[in-house]
Design a protein around this ligand. Structure first.
Ligand code: ATP
Length: 704
């Protein structure tokens, strides 16, 4: 059993169908009947509308709003119109994951129109190709309006070709091709636009690129100069550093040497200090001499004392009688002399002793009796003085010996001292020489510091930061063979840089941006060219497919057409012919002109020169013959035909009904009709009525 592709039509609020109305299509051939104005054609409109029709004219309404039930005195207006078509989707024809696909469309009074696949909203843009794939559309031969039964004859050759393509299922490819052509056109426009922008951009870009090249040269020169400068300055800087380091090393060595020398000098000084200052008579010998002098003084005093004792003894002898004035005078003279001497003495003891002796003498002189008594004491005293003198003599001898020894020793020490002094002088001289050497090094170092300062100054005059100088690596140093030539080279490079000028950041940004824009545009051009080429290839493929499928079917269609024509006209001949319309010269390059389809007829007993000469009924018959020819070659899923049998005479109406019945095996028919024969052929009959309330109703009529 053949399953029906179209299962149900459901609508509410659509035109005269205010209430929810359902038309099931369980059979292959459904006829819809009813009185004039009851709303039958509104059913056809519902089909067209839900299948995506946009033109109000095609739906017999001026505005979209007119599709919604407008209301009657007895029934208030609807706010929304909704139509749904139910399809068998077991083959997965539609983008719905269900066995039954429901396509709905709704519109409200604000004019918002929406499409749904099983309540999932979809866009018309996506809907049309999906329907085309299943050979569904809102126009063409599959949906023929009332009064348009002759549409195939009336229409122009191109439109006729479209009708054929649609029935053959080529609309899907045609739509794709049209879309590709639109895209190609858009790509072409975009390409032209991009090329025009690039052409406009180029002169400025060339200018900017030249500038960029100069800046790149600048960067290169800068790098060269920088390298050169770095080498030059690193060479000088590290040369100075090396020399300084060498000097520091030498100075350090000299410092060590000096420390050594000073140590040696100090050691000698210590030796000398230990040796002590050589004897100068004030030391030990001085004491001995002082002692000797004292002993000599003592001895002389003793000797004098002896002398005085002798004198006293003499005087004592004389004084035994009287005091002679001469002696007294002599004694006074002597006292006077002694007193004068006494004044020069320091030794109080001696002075006292001398004074005591004189007191004794004076007593004796003044008292001869006493002196007589002491004569014996004088002798004893003389002896003790002599003994003392002897002792002094001995002491003097010892002291002289001792002095001699000391002097000998002293001489020895002096010799050593002199030797040490000479040695120390020599060492000091060496140290002085070393110090001088160090000073020379320090002077050299100062000279290097001056050179470094000069170098730093020069570095700064090259617009470089001193810190950079210190960071220059010694490996970078490239001491030129000729420093003067190197300086000249650096100056020349600077001159070249100055001639190029500074980089203008705004211009640099512009270069970058313009270059980016250029890259973007050239990429876009490339992409567009590629896209255009792809589209052209795709268009070519699609055209080839359409052409080959069309050509393949066309021959058979022609045969069938002739067959049905002869059947309906009782003879004659009908023929479809592909015609390429003459293209205007200026249009030739634009688009390929679609070949149309002409009808050539030969009606029995009539000489027909043009289709215009046919009667209304004849036109319908030719159209219907073509329709059946097409259906026989490529049956569409279903057909909705609104009174296409209206103009046929009884015999032809019967023939039509018979053909419809036969073809209902191949395709599903929904036919609005007043024709009895058609009604009789139908398996299901729906009656449409409109009551006093102005609302259409559908009744299912039992045929029996
Ligand atoms: P005929 O057999 O003469 O062709 P028909 O059955 O095809 O008639 P239709 O043309 O389908 O009739 O229906 C026309 C009717 O629908 C008219 O009475 C018209 O007033 C009504 N109608 C159309 N649009 C609306 C609307 N928006 N609201 C209410 N009624 C409407």
């Amino acid at each position: 059993m053949i399953t029906n592709f179209l299962k149900r039509l459901e609508f509410q609020g659509f035109k005269s169908f205010a209430n929810k109305t359902i038309l099931d299509f369980p059979s292959r051939l459904t006829a819809i009947v009813g009185p004039n104005g009851s709303g039958k054609s509104n059913i056809m409109d519902a089909f067209r509308w839900v299948l995506g029709e946009r033109e109000a004219k095609q739906l017999r309404g001026e505005k979209l709003e007119n599709l919604i039930f407008a209301g009657t005195p007895k029934k208030s207006a609807s706010s929304v119109a909704r139509v749904s078509l139910y399809f068998d989707n077991r083959k997965g024809n539609f983008p719905v994951d269900r066995e039954e696909a429901v396509l709905s469309r709704r519109v409200d009074r604000s004019g918002v129109s929406q499409f749904f696949w099983n309540d999932q909203e979809t866009r018309l843009k996506d809907l049309v190709p999906a329907l085309a794939k299943s050979r569904l559309g809102s126009r063409g031969l599959m949906m023929i309006n009332q009064g348009e039964s002759d549409i195939f004859v009336k229409t122009n050759p191109q439109e006729r070709r479209m009708f054929i393509e649609e029935i053959l299922g080529l609309r899907e490819y045609r739509l794709k091709k049209n879309q590709a052509e639109r895209q190609l056109e858009q790509s072409g426009l975009n390409l032209e636009k991009a090329k025009a922008i690039v052409a406009e951009l180029m002169p400025h870009l060339r200018l900017l690129r030249r500038q960029k090249t100069r800046w790149e040269k600048r960067a290169q020169l800068e790098a060269e100069l920088r390298g050169f400068e770095n080498g030059f300055f690193a060479g000088r800087y590290w040369g100075i550093q090396k020399e300084t380091a060498n000097l520091d090393k030498s100075i350090a060595e000299i410092d060590n040497e000096l420390a050594e020398r000073s140590k040696a000098v100090k050691k000698l000084e210590e030796d000398i200090a230990q040796l002590g200052t050589p004897e100068d008579g004030r030391g030990e010998t001085g004491l001995i001499r002082k002692e000797v002098r004292e002993l000599l003084g003592k001895r002389s005093l003793m000797e004098k004392e002896l002398g005085r004792l002798e004198v006293k003894m003499e005087i004592a002898k004389v004084e035994k009688t009287s005091i002679e004035p001469v002696k007294l005078m002599a004694a006074i003279e002597e006292i006077k002399n002694d007193l004068e001497k006494l004044l020069g003495w320091d030794d109080v003891q001696k002075i006292k002793q001398t004074l005591k002796q004189w007191l004794e003498r004076l007593k004796i002189l003044l008292n001869p009796k006493e002196s007589k008594e002491k004569e014996e004491d004088f002798a004893g005293r003389q002896n003790s003085i002599r003994a003392e003198i002897n002792k002094i003599e001995e002491c003097l001898e010892i002291l002289n010996k001792k002095e001699e020894e000391i002097l000998a020793k002293q001489e020895e020490a002096n010799k050593k001292f002199r030797r040490l002094i000479e040695e120390i002088e020599a060492k000091k001289q060496v140290r002085r020489d070393t110090e001088q050497k160090k000073e020379r090094f320090i002077f050299e170092k100062e000279k290097l510091e001056l050179r470094l300062k000069e170098l730093e100054h020069q570095f700064q005059t090259f617009d470089r930061n001193i810190a950079e100088l210190r960071q220059l690596k010694s490996e970078d140093s490239r001491p030129p063979e000729n420093w003067e030539a190197a300086e000249k080279r650096m100056l020349r490079l600077r001159g070249e840089l100055a001639a190029i000028g500074e980089i203008d950041p705004a211009l640099a940004k512009e270069v970058e941006e313009t270059e980016k824009r250029y890259q973007f545009l050239t990429k876009e051009i490339k992409d567009l060219e590629k896209a255009s080429a792809d589209l052209k290839a795709m268009i070519k493929d699609l055209e080839a497919k359409i052409h080959s499928d069309f050509q393949k079917a066309f021959h058979v269609i022609n045969e069938e057409f002739n067959k049905f024509f002869r059947l309906m006209f009782g003879g004659g001949r009908a023929h479809l012919k592909i015609v390429v319309p003459k293209q205007k010269e200026e249009e030739k390059d634009e688009k390929e002109t679609l070949a149309g389809v002409e009808i050539e007829l030969n009606i029995p007993r009539k000489k027909i020169k043009s289709l215009e000469m046919l009667s209304g009924g004849e036109k319908s018959l030719v159209s219907i013959a073509a329709l059946f020819a097409l259906i026989s070659v490529s049956p569409p899923p279903f057909l909705v035909l609104d009174e296409i049998d209206a103009t046929l005479d009884e015999a032809n109406a019967r023939c039509f009904a018979q053909l419809v019945k036969e073809f209902s095996q191949k395709t599903q028919f929904i036919i609005i009709t007043h024709n009895r024969a058609t009604m009789e052929a139908a398996e299901i009959l729906y009656g449409v009525t409109m009551g006093d309330d102005g609302v259409s109703k559908v009744l299912s009529l039992k045929l029996e």
